[in-house]
Design a protein around this ligand. Structure first.
Ligand code: 13P
Ligand code: SF4
Length: 319
């Protein structure tokens, strides 16, 4: 703990010296989330992270999360320096959607509105009409469907399928998924629910339809945290990355949180739902990045002017 405290103190000093602020996602290590809050930064879902970066006057944004979050911050704040603890922290959705192939796919459907999930590269965003996060996907697709627009959606087919089922929108899908949420097992969840009949089931919409179908609440990380605070239930079964338990426990210490199963009955699986890329963030890497300037996110200005439009459209819609 002494070494950890020294590291935290060093980060605090470096942030002050460089007029920097730490913006963390709920899936990162609890120490990082707590430090972000302690130092006037934020811990948030991906929509709120994007908004926070634009509203905060810092010169340097240190984004603890995965690469698309740092890129979004840079695209929205070209004048700010954006650092990431580890530039190799990517996302299976981003990795599974190469911009050249995605762009060819879009070319085949010129009469479709291109809506991409925020979990994509700057180049994919630059090809899109809209960017959405899980917190706002449903209302944006509903808005577009009501206007009669046909939608080309990428890359998360589970989130896309969920919003299509609710809105009835005409949609074509890119076949991507999140390796973490894809692991939740429907039959095992049914058994677990039977053992905890009073528990509320909280599900992130990156999960497969068979998991979403069992949910009491479906929403972004922020929405799921709010549900734990506001619902009267004592027990919650949570189908998303384990990192979210840190904030849930802080805000609702008397609630019982149970991991949704990522394996069949009998298998003991602790912390299976853990994004390997979110796990690449650490206090040591944050300190290193601030000490040396390593891990700076750069987005070419030509790409940024295109990619900023669909992101701004989302932020303006969310207002
Ligand atoms: P949120 O926008 O809900 O924070 O989700 C981001 C993400 O990557 C979930 O896997
Ligand atoms: Fe990507 Fe899934 Fe990790 Fe979120 S949890 S960053 S969607 S791989």
């Amino acid at each position: 703990p002494e070494a950890k405290n020294a590291l935290k103190d060093e980060i605090k000093t470096l942030l002050k010296e460089q007029n920097g602020v730490l913006v963390a996602h709920y899936y990162t290590d609890g120490d990082i989330q707590d430090l972000a809050e302690e130092t006037g930064g934020c811990v948030a879902d991906s929509l709120e992270m994007a908004r926070f970066g634009t509203e905060h006057p810092a010169d340097t944004l240190v984004v603890a999360g995965v690469k698309f979050m740092g890129e979004t911050a840079k695209i929205l704040n070209n004048e700010k320096r954006v650092l990431m603890p580890d530039l190799a922290a990517t996302c299976s959705l981003d990795e599974g959607c190469p911009s050249d192939i995605f762009s060819d796919f879009c070319d085949q459907y010129p009469d479709h509105t291109v809506v991409v999930y925020a979990n994509t590269s700057a180049a994919v965003k630059a090809r899109a009409d809209w960017v959405v996060t899980s917190g706002i996907a449903l209302s944006i697709i509903d808005h577009l469907a009501k206007k009669g627009e046909k939608i080309l959606w990428g890359p998360d087919r589970h989130l896309g399928g969920y919003v299509q089922r609710l809105t009835g929108a005409e949609m074509i899908f890119w076949p991507g998924s999140c390796v973490v949420h894809e692991e939740f097992k429907a039959a095992a969840l049914e058994l677990l629910r039977a053992k905890h009949p009073e528990a509320a089931i909280l599900v992130h919409p990156e999960s497969p339809a068979s998991i979403v179908a069992q949910a009491d609440v479906i929403g972004s990380t922020t929405a799921l945290i709010k549900a734990v605070q506001s619902m009267p239930n004592k027990e919650f079964i949570v189908a998303t990355d384990m990192g979210i338990f840190n904030k849930m426990r802080q805000l609702a210490p008397d609630k019982v949180l149970i991991e949704a199963p990522t394996a069949g009955e009998g298998a003991t699986c602790h912390s299976c739902a853990n994004c390997p890329w979110m796990g690449m963030n650490s206090l040591e890497k944050i300190a290193h990045s601030l000490r040396t300037g390593a891990g700076e996110i750069l987005v070419s200005p030509e790409l940024a002017v295109k990619a900023v439009l669909p992101i701004r459209r989302m932020l303006d819609f969310a207002k």
